[in-house]
Design a binder for this molecule. Structure first.
Ligand code: BGC
Ligand code: NOJ
Length: 812
């Protein structure tokens, strides 16, 4: 069952009922000011950091789900309704929500009045615009009152929901004309305030939640709206909000637009006040003046659309498959950008408080994002690297605002360092900007202690070499990619964190080893060697290759279980992911990375491992993490065995590493297999089962419940997941076969044999390549010939050009 449809020409998903199986959201903002907005206008916004600079308050885990947002109430006689249905939940005559690229347009109509709420963050502005466009579609004049509503957060989102004894006393606002200013804590150490404006005179306002909503009525029927009269309340402590009342008369056919703005202003210390205690409003007023007229708003929306076209046009596919085309051209790269911006911080499943930017997450996000905005990728790489230590280890997470490593979680996740090499290699292949490697980058964000980025990459690699266990395989540390495989934790008490707990009586941390990290080293290490060679550092490259060879051998000697690759050795040296165990006999991760690394290609192990994946892990909804699922808690494994079977890391389907198997299948030339796996988790292909899938059909979710779960096939944790980058990477590079390489663009498709032809338009370095692939011989893989601008070339590497469009004919 569906709850809407794709409008590809407009690059929108159109939701046709407000009661979706879960709130289906979109993201606003592309630079510093961001918001999430659901199909019923729920959500919140923040400036740069969802934890430290939260502008609007949101109550996670509320009932009904998603019940706070930027709401507009229409009081039309006795009827009170919202264009987005919530919070009043008054039935509408028409409802539609269009989630587009960086904007959302929600339309509701009732009793002949049509109300459209257009929400976006204009480029260059630290503010959300909400334009309300009201049209009287009836034959009579309409007299209505429009009430806006948004609730301010007292900035630090964590403290905001913990420290009520203080926070109920600090709230302060100012109101001037149609603008409500939220200035809590501005009197002391803060140099920022928020504002909520509208571009027309108002007939009333409220700034205090209780005065507006009443203490017992709530947002479904706010007291002021029911009365048809704002109270003119001034918040003083308690909960500051912004609400405007605008009374309107609309002739039949008449349209009126009101433009609201929720913005953020930061001021230098000496300019904070215009007179004692009164905030300096000049910057806010200048922002507001930029969105005064309809023309300005339209132009800003057009600019935003043009910005997105620019980003998305870097890679565009034409082929016979509509669903694939919309994933590749629109929604997957869009999600990659959002995930790059947010890392894992703010969604309906990430509270904006828990995690800042993850070292491994952000590094992997680069794989799917780098071609859209290489300059931003460059900055991110340097930021990530700066949270690394001299020994190559690193902080697992860092806060976007301070860019400092997060001490609460610390380090010790031994896969982290390698991902930095992968992300940087992707950047170098895309841009050819080898100069980045000579940038001086701090260790532990200490500007007095730096090394070049190249030294950081080498430290990453050396970290693996100097942290090997008894079998010569990499020590796992706290965990590798699978955050829940906590082999050194041995936690017995529920109040301990699986991520950080170190049991003083626990095992020797220099025993448990990861075959996944081994596979990663063999898969990613060659990029380091290639970079060293290209820089003329022959000896270093040689050293790197020797260590890769040692690791490959260690996997062959100690990482093979007979029909698949082992997953790990635990802290007692026992095999994990082995037929010798009763549960967790086979895991997806090591099959994916070891085959991607090319281990076992020559002697059939790789093929066998993938057959085992197909027969033991694959389901109709994708490949589960492992089988059999753990039925009870195992002290030596940690969080993985804490989840009920089928959910999350206990045998859920992770959309993040399903593509590892797709990539592995392409190593063996299995284009049909790779694409059939792709279709199982790609959201557009799951749209028809939205009632089961539950999450948005336009973006990946982190996890789909596995076959052991009562809700097999149901997705969770949509939007912020490495699934975006990895799926994009694998479909565009391994399957469609357009692969950036250090010295040019490489063409090496691995497709289903019944694909006849397709075209990819790829902007790369300074030129644009129009690549037409034809497959008359029904091959899955194997380039027979390539001509560039009519000239036959040898090999599969397209030459670099200084400009222009170039025609590339590829015959398989
Ligand atoms: C989740 C993991 C996640 C980790 C982050 C765990 O509870 O299951 O998916 O990576 O928390 O801290
Ligand atoms: C989510 C985390 O963000 C990511 O870093 C981790 O690899 C996966 N969960 C798997 O545990």
């Amino acid at each position: 069952m569906r709850y809407g449809y794709f409008d590809d020409a407009a690059r929108e998903y159109v939701i046709t009922t407000p009661e979706t199986p879960y709130p289906w959201i979109n993201y606003l903002g592309s630079e510093r000011f961001f918001g999430i907005i659901s199909n019923t206008a729920g959500g919140y916004c923040f400036y740069r950091d969802a934890r430290l600079r939260r502008v609007l308050r949101y109550r996670y885990n509320n009932i009904p789900a998603d019940s706070n947002g930027r709401y507009f109430y229409i009081k039309d006689g006795e009827d009170i309704w919202n264009p987005g249905y919530k919070p009043s939940r008054t039935p509408l005559d028409f409802y539609e929500c269009r989630h587009g690229m960086g904007y959302t347009r929600i339309t509701g109509s009732k009793n002949g009045l049509r109300a459209e709420q257009l929400a976006f963050v204009p480029l260059g502005l630290n503010a959300e615009v909400h334009q309300l466009r009201l049209t009287n579609e009836s034959q009579q004049e309409k007299a209505i009152s429009l009430f806006s509503y948004a609730e301010f957060c007292l900035w630090n989102a964590q403290d905001d929901m913990l420290n009520f004894q203080r926070n109920f006393n600090t709230g302060e606002v100012e109101v001037e004309g149609s603008v409500i200013y939220h200035k809590t804590e501005y009197r002391e150490r803060r140099n920022h305030y928020a504002f909520f404006s509208v571009n027309s005179p108002v007939d009333g306002f409220d700034t205090d939640l209780e005065s507006f909503a009443g203490l017992y009525e709530g947002l479904q029927k706010p007291a002021a709206v029911t009365a048809g009269k704002s109270r003119g309340s001034m918040a003083s402590g308690w909960q500051p909000i912004g609400s405007h009342q605008i009374d309107l008369k609309l002739a039949p056919g008449e349209t009126r637009a009101c433009t609201f703005m929720i913005g953020y202003v930061e001021l230098p210390e000496e300019e904070k006040f215009s007179s004692p205690g009164i905030i300096n409003k000049t910057p806010a007023l200048s922002m507001i003046s930029a969105m005064q007229t309809d023309g300005q708003v339209l132009k800003a929306l057009d600019d935003l659309k043009a910005y997105w076209s620019g980003l998305l046009n870097t890679y565009s596919l034409s082929c016979g498959d509509e669903k694939l085309t919309r994933m590749v051209n629109i929604w997957n790269p869009y999600q990659c950008m959002i995930t790059f911006n947010m890392s894992r911080s703010a969604s309906l499943f990430e509270s904006g408080i828990g995690r800042g930017l993850g070292f491994r997450d952000s590094s992997q996000d680069l794989l799917g994002f780098v071609h859209q905005a290489p300059d931003r990728a460059r900055e991110r790489i340097l930021d990530i690297a700066a949270t690394q230590f001299r020994d190559g280890g690193c902080y697992h997470q860092f806060q976007p605002l301070t860019k400092k490593g997060n001490n609460e979680i610390g380090g010790g996740f031994n896969d982290d360092p390698l991902w930095l090499i992968a992300g940087t290699a992707a950047y170098l292949k895309e841009t050819g900007d080898f100069e980045i490697l000579d940038e001086q980058v701090p260790y532990d964000t200490n500007p007095a202690d730096t090394g070049t980025l190249m030294e950081h990459l080498e430290a990453s690699f050396d970290h693996v070499i100097s942290n090997k266990g008894p079998h010569g395989l990499p020590l796992i540390g706290r965990a590798d990619w699978n955050d829940c495989l906590n082999l050194n934790c041995y936690s017995k008490h529920p109040d301990e964190s699986f991520q950080t707990y170190e049991n003083p009586e626990g095992p020797d941390p220099r025993v448990a080893e990861s075959v996944l990290i081994a596979g990663m080293m063999v898969a990613i290490g060659p990029d380091l060697a290639a970079i060293q060679s290209l820089r003329g550092e022959t000896e270093a490259a040689q050293y790197t290759r020797e260590h890769i060879a040692l690791m490959r051998q260690a996997v062959l000697d100690h990482g093979w279980d007979g029909d698949w690759f082992l997953r790990a050795y635990d802290a007692a040296g026992r095999k994990i992911g082995s037929h010798e165990d009763t549960e967790g006999q086979i895991f997806i991760e090591s099959q994916g990375f070891c085959v991607m690394a090319g281990i076992g290609l020559e002697d059939g192990k790789a093929a066998k491992a993938l057959q085992s994946v197909a027969s033991r892990l694959e389901t109709e909804h994708g490949i589960v993490l492992h089988q059999p699922a753990y039925q009870s808690y195992r002290l030596n494994l940690g969080e993985i065995s804490s989840y009920p079977p089928g959910y999350k890391e206990n045998a859920g389907i992770f959309c993040h590493n399903n593509p590892w198997i797709m990539a592995a299948e392409t190593m063996l030339g299995h284009g049909d297999r790779a694409f059939s796996l792709y279709k199982k988790t790609a959201p557009a292909f799951r749209e028809d089962m939205s009632d089961l899938h539950k999450m948005e059909p336009y973006v990946y979710a982190q996890m789909i419940a596995g076959k052991d779960a009562p809700r097999f096939g149901q997705a969770k944790n949509s939007w912020l997941t490495g699934a975006a980058a990895w799926n994009y990477y694998v479909i565009t590079q391994n399957i469609l076969g357009v692969k950036p390489d250090y010295m040019g663009l490489r063409i090496d498709p691995c497709i289903p044999e019944d694909w006849r032809e397709y075209t990819v338009r790829r902007a790369f370095r300074k030129a644009v390549y129009n690549i037409h692939v034809s497959n008359e011989t029904r091959a899955c893989r194997g380039v027979k010939s390539i001509t560039v601008d009519g000239q036959r070339i040898e090999g599969t590497l397209l030459p670099l050009f200084n400009d222009g469009e170039h025609r590339v004919e590829v015959v398989l």
